[in-house]
Design a protein around this ligand. Structure first.
Ligand SMILES: Nc1ncnc2c1ncn2[C@@H]1O[C@H](COP(=O)(O)OP(=O)(O)O)[C@@H](O)[C@H]1O
Ligand SMILES: [Mg+2]
Length: 450
């Protein structure tokens, strides 16, 4: 491999600079700049054979998807792994990445061809032991304890050339190293080079590659941001430690939507798919207490009932706002609307808001539920336990319509809710729940908290 002059590269964003800086001039990260020898590999290997231009109306170039049989994973991917694509599967240590990928690997191996699972973290005996415990010990799930990228690629190439390779899993990108790059495994040049070699392999052999990537405590991928640009799909796996719930999302997907959510539970037999996540999220809901309100949100195509909790307490000094799962500026706006248009003196209170189950409410449709959880805590009056609340709140205190109400109400009804508080329907139609129609925040509070 041709070597050029050493250069300085940021481990966080991958930007190169003219020399060492304490703070990266590009992304502002501290102590992230390291000296590296330039490896031009990722510029050359990305081009493979067959680059002649093709007309856009050619119809024989379909995207081939491989369903893993783990339904939640396939849905988040948009129907399965795409042949020739590279997916990055990121998550904190211990969250269950290796567990889920063994289950996915076994599912893919049932398709008839081999799946190569290369672990740089554990011995083959450890991985095989886990696969057996999970019921994922398929004879075509081939395990390899290897950190040398070239050795993994040789094994994969041999299978691919024999027409026997379905997919490759690399666990993890931080532990493999390539002879084509300098430095220790996990540094920016190594990660870039290994990823580029895998992208090239995937495209050349039309095999999907899944890369495991660790994230640091603050949720950032350990390693360069450039990795996220090199791959086709970025999946993140996180969860709620106490309740063993695990959530799978795509933050980038060149072949599908990034709005779908996969929900699992970690058990001794591995990750179990949760078909009814609303039930799981509402399982520990307190009954008849002030400061709790249920809303129905949409995660991609799937309705999800979530509990918003609020607690207000007199502030000593400056009023504090503490939100988990809700945007702080949105909460600030809702508090101002409650104070002005419902005459609830909440602005001088400490306000804590939490979405149960470690979920995030990112839709304005959850505004009214957040506002009512706050109002309920402030007034120390509970909301009815069979009430679900939907609505966006505007700056003048008006309640606005919510999109796609039907799937939300159907899910609420399935879980035993009886009443919905929302705007008057735009057209007359039968709703599955009894409707309490309100036009503004004051009416909403009068209707359910008076
Ligand atoms: N024998 C076991 N029985 C039940 N759960 C286990 C067992 N061994 C490991 N686990 C669970 O699996 C988790 C580790 O999952 P793993 O897939 O290795 O995570 P990652 O690859 O993301 O670091 C542990 O945190 C633990 O909860
Ligand atoms: Mg692991």
């Amino acid at each position: 491999m041709a070597k050029s002059n050493p250069r300085w590269v940021c481990n966080e964003c991958g930007a190169s600079s003219s020399g060492w800086f304490g703070k990266c001039p590009s992304c502002g990260a501290w102590n992230s700049i390291e000296q590296q020898d330039e490896t031009p590999v990722d510029r050359v290997v990305l081009s493979t054979a067959g680059t002649a231009p093709v007309p856009a109306d050619r119809t024989d170039m379909v995207v081939h998807r491989l369903a893993s049989g783990v339904g939640e994973v396939d849905r988040v991917l948009g129907g399965g792994l795409v042949r020739g694509s590279v997916a990055l599967f990121s998550g904190a240590p211990g969250i269950g990445k290796s567990t889920l990928l063994l289950q996915v690997g076994a599912g893919l191996a049932r398709g008839g061809k081999a799946v190569l699972y290369a672990s740089g973290e554990e011995s083959t005996a450890q991985v095989a032991g886990r696969a057996q415990r999970l019921g994922a010990a398929h004879p075509r799930l081939l395990l390899m304890a290897e950190t040398r990228m070239e050795a993994v690629l040789d094994a994969a190439r041999e299978l691919a050339l024999a027409g026997e390779l379905e997919a490759v899993v690399i666990d993890s990108v931080q532990t493999v190293y390539s002879a084509a790059a300098e430095g220790l495994p996990g540094n920016v040049a190594q990660i870039r080079t290994c990823a580029a070699q895998l992208v090239s392999f995937a495209k050349l052999h039309e095999v999907p590659v899944v890369l495991v990537g660790h994230v640091t405590k603050d949720g950032q991928l350990a390693g360069p941001r450039v990795l996220e640009h090199l791959v086709d799909v970025v999946l993140s796996f996180d969860g709620d430690d106490e309740r063993a719930l695990r959530l799978l999302r795509a933050s980038k997907n060149r072949f599908g939507s990034t709005t779908e959510l996969g929900v699992f539970e970690m058990t001794a037999e591995g990750l179990r798919e949760i078909d009814n996540p609303s039930e799981a999220f509402l399982a520990q809901r307190p009954q008849r207490v002030a400061g709790s309100c249920i809303t129905a949100t949409l995660e991609g195509s799937r309705p999800l009932l979530l509990e918003v909790q609020a607690l207000l307490a007199p502030a000593h000094g400056g009023a504090r706002r503490n939100c988990v799962g809700v945007d702080p500026p949105r909460l600030a706006m809702l508090l101002a609307v409650l104070e002005r248009h419902a005459e609830l003196p909440v602005l001088d209170q400490d306000v804590f808001v939490n979405v149960a189950g470690g979920m995030r409410l990112h839709e304005p449709a959850a505004d009214l539920a957040i506002a009512l959880a706050v109002a309920s805590s402030h007034l120390r009056r509970p909301l009815a336990s069979d009430l679900v609340v939907l609505g966006e709140v505007g700056l003048t205190g008006e309640i606005r319509h919510v999109q796609r109400v039907e799937p939300r109400l159907a899910e609420a009804r399935r879980l035993g809710f009886r009443t919905v508080l929302t705007t008057p329907p735009r057209e007359r139609r039968a709703l599955p729940l009894e409707l309490v129609a309100v036009a503004n925040i004051r009416d909403a509070i009068d209707a359910v908290l008076a």
